[in-house]
Design a protein around this ligand. Sequence first.
Ligand code: ADP
Ligand code: ADP
Length: 240
Amino acid sequence: CKGFEVNHLVKQYANADKPVLDDISFKVEHGSVLVVLGPSGSGKSTLLRTIAGLEPIQGGTISINNQVIDAGKPGTERAGRSDRSSELRTRIGMVFQSYDLFPNKTVLGNITMAPVLVQKRDKSEVEAEAIRLLGRVGLADRKDSWPHELSGGQRQRVAICRALILHPEVLLLDEITAALDPEMVREVLDVVLELAKSGQTMLIVTHEMQFARAIADHIILLDGGRIVEESYDAQAFFEH
Ligand code: ADP
Ligand code: ADP
């Protein structure tokens, strides 16, 4: 499949008596958007973290364009992260609920650090791209600002730019508006809607149901670490 795929994924935390994710399989076609729904504690965050390579998995596989990037290894419950290479890590981008910008770097410094240090890309080319990305999210005039000078919504838009500059094949968004004041939610969700239109493959966890309905090509509903419902028709899904 061209796109992103999870097959029979099993994730268990140390000291837990059963897996938190139990035999999860789904595909996300290139250019499409999957919304992951489910009650608190159902495993949504853990699913995104395993896909991002922040947590080792104990069974199954995670693949991009048919290339396996992570395969389950029993006995890794206590390991810190998956053992994916940094090159593979940069193929998946993630933005979290709490904007974790580096406080001692400017907006431009935050966005350009990984492509320059990890991907060894040319600094002036990366800076030019960062400025273009800031323009796309409505922050063209904030490149020299410090994180503490920005609103929460502005910081999340910078965090999105920081992920996008790595050209991730998949972008994971974990409740990125949950910590924002209501008046800032719209400006962030509008950026994500634009990304979807431009064909960015994404996996999104959100409590914004109107937004979920508008953006989803595909929905999975998790409960107790399993997929209990799956739909390719967001309108029909949200009607019941
Ligand atoms: P959701 O995002 O749907 O709220 P989570 O993935 O955060 O669900 O959590 C799923 C379950 O895994 C919960 O029971 C939670 O307490 C547990 N859990 C999450 N992170 C850890 C961890 N680092 N160690 C142990 N258990 C965890
Ligand atoms: P979320 O639902 O957004 O993941 P939580 O409050 O469930 O937020 O978790 C916050 C942090 O605590 C996460 O890093 C998660 O992995 C960790 N965590 C959650 N539950 C547990 C747990 N039972 N044991 C250890 N760490 C946990």
